[in-house]
Write a new protein. Structure first.
Lengths: 570, 696
């Protein structure tokens, strides 16, 4: 009976650990200052064994952090050293290669102590609104221009906060109150996780996490291996070209499904870009692994064992394995494209499973507002940094339309426009779906969106663009059409660049059309009722309905009449 | 209400309509099947039954308090009016684009819930209010008039108006209403600045759309109900329970029907709060577990915790983000898919998972013997000896232990190499742990330590699991009141008349404007008290003032309760101090050097509830007589024990029971673990406490 009871108790403890990290993540959302964390959920939280193996991580969060953070704790252990780990300590870094890929992500690690013994770690990561340097954008030529670099160090020792670090931080970032607030929020969130972890250990009367760690690892490993063993072994390669910054970037992927592992190699991928869109390998691993897990083993929670069978590699100093001191601030622009590139190869080994290409990269921009400099303005004019997270359309699936204006692969949310407008003198004039942007197909690609942004009276701004798919729209599968590309112009119609900082004078506006997802399958096979519905809703124009899907003028008139009568048209 | 008045509480639930009649101290209750097509019929039916039990004529009823899931169901089942939305140009798709995220990150075939209104039912006007409340683009009346023509041709019955930043400046929304009333006098209109004057366009627009969508239907239902009652000779006033735990007039309910969503569970929380007052308990965790879900609510100072936003109609395993956000004053509850009918399976990690899928009543758990072959929580309860197969639901359903064991073995036992009992143990531990985790996360979000709490359990399945939940949560005391089966309807009769008015008005403590605050709070108080006055012209009222505050730059506010004095004579340093105290309570430390801002103000006015008679706690312990013994599995000990069987209706005040025991009644069974002892209090409530082992 004893052994069986321990099975039930272990089940309960695994459940509990997932709840611990979820509480940790919720605490971070509630206490964080930067909009990207509190409104957009750009964060992650996890619990680790004393040897640095990740045991559980919060469901809340975004994949880029999630898997990257898995490796991070080992770096902390190596740098700090076990003899220097004390109760009440809190460690911090924003090292892109030992954290989660760029200086804006702050990773905080807290050792957990139970009955005076070091039993494990809590870690969390969040994107802060500013880290100094040039500001968040692609324009850096090396990491040195991208902001303050914090090597792995103690944020607090035995409960005493490192005031030197706080002073340096305050002196180097544009929004010191918010950034310092976020450091505290990260520390608090680990503290809450730690408290609950210790409660659990007391309740189950255990003094170490070794037993439960072994249980979690064994079950996760076996389940993951079963999922992989169920696949047909084989090799395939795929590639995708995207805009890049100075030159187009080619991502090459070769996949090798073996009995007990999947090897994913990026040999052949373009070299480094001069500007800050290069990707540290941790981040490449995170998204490659995420893509494979979604398609192959979606139900298995992330931990050291469930991630291990996915072996990701890339040659040093190609754009997906950038090493110090390459600029990496916008590593997500390329990183978010990795799943589509991986799926290009996986589709050949595992048909009818993966979606068509989508917008991929989040359609983010940062606006640096200030009082206009060309004429004297009232003192009420202010400076502010506003970061907006937005999404284009996702790719159509083998049996479903793509999701409109929905992030994939990123897990973040958009911020409410009303909340964004409270953070600075910005006005968002438009944020709505972009008709005809979803690639045609038996299953239509998700729609992108339109946005239009300006400043309030007396202000001008720098607009930092972080877009892709201007020249390389999402490609369809199985006869599905491409999604619409990104466009960005000034109010007068003049084209702007998809990446980089661009000045917008007072009264000026930026007009953006974010990309749609690609279609899946032959559009001629699309259910005509869905075509009529899409036309009634204005997802597609009359022209598309006729040209690509074969509606007649009579069909169009009928739908117009139904819409006039306020009918839903299902 | 005087002691001799006759009051009736009615709760329309998904399966049953519960009716409770109280005359002075006596109460009579019944459960009738909900009549979906005309829900008023079940009320009339139930009303006649309870009046017959009480031997009174229906005309003697002085007051009816009503709560219903009709509004919730209409939203879940999408049975609303033909509705249009008028919104700001450029923001037509706010309710469709949601948060632009996926609530389940690893599902490549995820689908998102459709918005309540399709895109062609959403119209725009060229206007814009700024984040400071100023007008950036004035609204042109001629444009509205021409839009109203289009709306007229389309034949919409109900119009929602939601414009950007209207919570700061509602003038444009009001202008649109003026034109609508002028040109389309019959149409129903809802303004976002009235239904939910709060920042965040997705929540606000969705709330006003939901209100507009159910308004014609709810109005028609309430009119019919009034008419039918009149026909039956009932002419007393009818009031509605709202989601915030108070009651409002039938007219207010018809105007803001979205406030009726989740009124049933709110009644349950009020029921628990009332028991808390009788027992003088300041910290209570209410635990309501039925067939498909469990609801958990924190009750502090005898008032349920409230919130400003919640989610209805979750479409994906009760997952956060998969429903529609509704921002209205609401009792803050966690609802998870864990009930007696929740089904278990073993996943690819060889972990037992329970719920949210439920066996429902057909085919029901395997032990019902109606063809169900997957194990439900009830099957596990049966195999562990918590239920008596011959006396379930008063003996009306005979339970089949063999079928329960078989289903446990085939779905759980074979995969994990466990026998039927250990499988059942694992299943129960997982479901109890899920509920405990939900309670823990909820407590953390509210900065509370559950060890200081008392649990009050009601609903059919709660007493079977509450004891174990207390062990898991470190809760020392558990009360199982009488009447737990119709707890919500009883709760309606305990609720005060109340209305919460709130408004978003930004202010930083560094720019504290005393006169503005006084003005906002006095306006809000006028609004909330006039709603209460419309229900009761004479009763004494009191108002609670709150400011929702945060450090400048944060996204989540915390509600700071202000005393009347602090509200009438606001002072920045007091506000600062109140905020920091609460912030430290929640998150451990204050943040130095940050400005603090206030985003939302609210005033909740309510009548003063009837004074509660405190229960005289039993001081003598008389050993209760056992009607037998049976084998019961005790999960904390991990072994079988012999438990006394006690009939609840044989208990008298002061009866004492030492765990392990099972206390049985028609509607449910109370499990008393080996770690607990119980006393029957004078009001029939079973008062369960941890046995203090240090004394032995």
């Amino acid at each position: 009976m004893t052994k069986k009871h321990s099975t039930v108790a272990s089940q309960v403890m695994w459940n509990r650990l997932i709840s611990v990290v979820e509480e940790q993540a919720q605490a971070l959302i509630r206490t964080a200052f930067s909009t990207s964390v509190r409104e957009a959920g750009d964060l992650s939280a996890g619990v680790y064994a004393v040897d640095g193996q990740m045991l559980a991580q919060a469901v809340t969060g975004t994949p880029g952090h999630v898997n990257a953070m898995a490796d991070s704790v080992a770096h902390f252990i190596r740098r700090i050293g076990y003899p220097n780990i004390f109760e009440g300590d809190v460690y911090v870094t924003n090292d892109p290669w030992e954290g989660t890929g760029h200086l804006h992500d702050i990773t905080v690690v807290t050792p957990a102590f139970h009955q005076g013994q070091h039993v494990g770690f809590l870690a969390c990561t969040a994107h802060v609104v500013d880290i100094g340097g040039r500001g968040f954008g692609a324009d850096g030529n090396s990491i040195y221009e991208e902001g303050l670099y914090i090597p792995i160090m103690k944020f607090a020792e035995r409960g005493e906060v490192n005031q030197t670090l706080i002073a340096i931080l305050r002196g180097n970032v544009r929004e010191p109150d918010q950034v310092v607030g976020d450091f505290y929020a990260l520390a608090t969130c680990n503290e809450i996780g730690q408290r609950r972890l210790i409660d659990m250990m007391a309740e189950f009367e255990i003094s170490k996490l070794d037993g439960i760690a072994e249980f979690i690892m064994e079950n996760s490993r076996r389940a993951t291996l079963e999922c992989i063993a169920a696949l047909k072994p084989g090799q395939a390669s795929g590639s995708m070209t995207i805009d890049g910054y100075s030159n187009p970037v080619e991502i090459h992927v070769s996949l090798d499904i073996q009995k007990d592992r999947i090897i994913c190699d990026f040999t052949g991928t373009s070299g480094l870009d001069k500007k800050g869109i290069n990707v540290p390998l941790v981040y490449t691993k995170a998204y490659a692994c995420y893509a494979l897990k979604c398609a192959i083993a979606p139900e298995i929670p992330n931990n050291a064992a469930s991630l291990a069978p996915f072996e990701i590699d890339a040659p040093e100093n190609c754009i997906v394995n950038a090493v110090h001191p390459a600029p990496v601030a916008l590593r997500h622009v390329i990183g978010h494209m990795i799943p589509d590139a991986v799926y290009n190869a996986l589709d050949k080994l595992l048909p009818d499973t993966v979606p068509s290409e989508g917008a991929g990269t989040l359609c983010n921009f940062q606006v640096s507002l200030r009082p206009r400099t060309d004429i004297q303005v009232p003192k009420s004019a202010v400076r502010a940094e506003v970061l907006a997270f937005n999404s284009g359309g996702a790719g159509a699936r083998p049996t479903l339309d793509g999701l409109s204006a929905t992030a994939f692969p990123s897990g973040v949310k958009t911020m409410p426009v009303e909340a964004t407008e409270h953070t600075g003198p910005i006005i968002i004039w438009r944020k709505e779906l972009r008709p005809d942007s979803g690639g045609v197909g038996e299953f239509r690609g998700g729609l992108g969106q339109y946005m239009e942004v300006g400043a309030t009276e007396d202000h001008e701004f720098d607009f930092s663009a972080m877009f892709d798919r201007v020249d390389h729209p999402a490609r369809g599968r199985q006869g599905g059409g491409n999604g619409a590309p990104t466009t960005i112009t000034r109010g007068n119609g003049e084209l702007m660049n998809g990446k980089g900082k661009q000045f917008v004078p007072s009264g000026g506006r930026v007009l953006m059309a974010f990309p749609g997802g690609a279609g899946y399958g032959d559009p001629a096979k699309r259910d005509l009722n869905l075509v009529r519905r899409d036309y009634a809703r204005g997802y597609i124009s009359a022209q598309t309905a006729k040209q690509d899907y074969g509606l007649t003028d009579e069909d169009i008139n009928n739908v117009d009449e139904q819409v006039k009568q306020g009918e839903e048209v299902q | 209400m005087s002691q001799t008045s006759v009051r009736m509480g009615v709760d329309i639930g998904g399966t049953f309509t519960d009716v409770v009649l109280e005359i002075g101290g006596r109460s009579f209750s019944t459960k009738v099947l909900t009549t979906y097509v005309a829900p008023e019929n079940a009320i009339i039916d139930g009303m006649k039954q309870v009046c017959e039990l009480a031997s009174i004529s229906v005309s003697k009823i002085d007051q009816i308090i009503h709560g219903t899931t009709l509004a919730t169901n209409a939203l879940i089942e999408r049975r609303g009016a033909k509705t249009a939305l008028i919104t700001t140009q450029g923001f037509r798709d706010v309710i469709e684009m949601r948060s632009e995220s996926r609530f389940e990150q690893y599902d490549l075939n995820l689908t998102l819930p459709e918005p309540l209104l399709a895109r062609q039912q959403r119209y725009t006007v060229n206007e814009r209010v700024s984040a400071k409340g100023g007008v950036l683009i004035p609204l042109d009346r001629a444009e509205v008039e021409s839009l109203v023509e289009t709306i007229k041709i389309a034949g919409y019955e109900s119009i929602a108006v939601g414009l950007m930043h209207s919570y700061l400046n509602s003038r444009h929304e009001e202008m649109i209403r003026e034109v609508l009333i002028d040109k389309l006098p019959g149409v129903s209109v809802s303004l976002s600045s009235e239904v939910s004057p709060q920042m965040r366009e997705y929540e606000r627009f969705n709330t006003v759309v939901a209100n507009a969508y159910i308004k014609p239907m709810m109005k028609s239902y309430l009119d019919r109900l009034g008419g039918q009652l009149q026909n039956e000779g009932v002419s007393c006033p009818i009031f509605l329970m709202h989601s915030g735990g108070g009651i409002i007039s039938i007219e207010s309910a018809a105007e803001f029907p979205v406030r009726l969503v989740e009124s049933g569970p709110a009644g349950g929380a009020v029921f628990a709060a009332h028991i808390a007052s009788q027992y003088g308990l300041d910290k209570v965790l209410s635990f309501d577990m039925g067939g498909t879900t469990a609801k958990i609510c924190l009750i502090k100072g005898q008032a349920p915790k409230t919130s400003r936003v919640f989610e209805v109609a979750r479409s994906y395993r009760f997952k956060k983000g998969s429903g529609m956000p509704i921002s209205i004053p609401v009792i803050d509850m966690v609802e998870i898919g864990a009930g007696g009918g929740s089904l278990a399976h073993v996943d690819s990690m060889r972990q037992i998972r329970v719920g949210p899928e439920s066996a429902g009543s057909e085919p029901g758990p395997a032990c019902y013997g109606r063809g169900g072959d997957r194990p439900a929580v009830t099957d596990a309860d049966l195999v562990l000896g918590k239920l008596d197969p011959d006396n379930f639901a008063g003996g009306s359903i005979k339970l089949d232990t063999d079928s329960a064991s078989q289903s446990l073995l085939s779905v759980v036992g074979k995969k994990l190499d466990l026998d039927a009992q250990t499988s059942a143990y694992g299943l129960c531990e997982v479901v109890d742990e899920n509920m405990a985790n939900a309670a823990r996360v909820h407590a953390v979000e509210n900065g509370e330590d559950l060890a200081e709490y008392t649990m009050i359990a009601f609903g059919g399945a709660a007493p079977l699991h509450a004891g174990r939940l207390c062990e898991k949560l470190g809760v020392e005391r558990l009360l199982v009141p009488t009447g737990a089966g119709v707890g919500s309807a009883i709760g309606f009769l305990r609720a005060p008349f109340s209305f919460e008015a709130n408004r978003s008005v930004y202010m930083r403590l560094s720019n504290f404007k005393v006169a503005v605050i006084q003005h906002i709070l006095s306006e809000l108080e006028t609004e909330s008290s006039s709603f209460v006055r419309s229900c009761d012209a004479n009763a004494e009222m009191r108002s609670e003032y709150k400011a929702y505050m945060r450090y400048t730059g944060q996204g989540e506010e915390i509600p700071i309760v202000l005393s009347k004095e602090q509200a009438l004579n606001p002072d920045a340093s007091t506000f600062h101090q109140l905020f920091e105290e609460d912030y430290i309570g929640l998150f451990g430390r204050a943040v130095e050097g940050m400005d603090i801002e206030i985003t939302v103000w609210s005033v909740n006015t309510s009548t003063i509830p009837v004074a509660v008679t405190a229960i005289d706690l039993s001081v003598q312990f008389v050993q209760a007589s056992s009607s037998g013994e049976r084998r019961l599995f005790d999960p904390a000990l991990g072994e079988n024990v012999q438990a006394d069987i006690i009939l609840r209706n044989s208990l008298e005040a002061d009866s004492f029971i030492l765990g392990p025991a099972v206390i049985t009644e028609d509607e449910t069974t109370i499990i008393l673990p080996s770690s607990r002892q119980a006393i029957c209090q004078t009001d029939g409530c079973i008062d369960i406490q941890r046995i203090d082992t240090t004394q032995h």
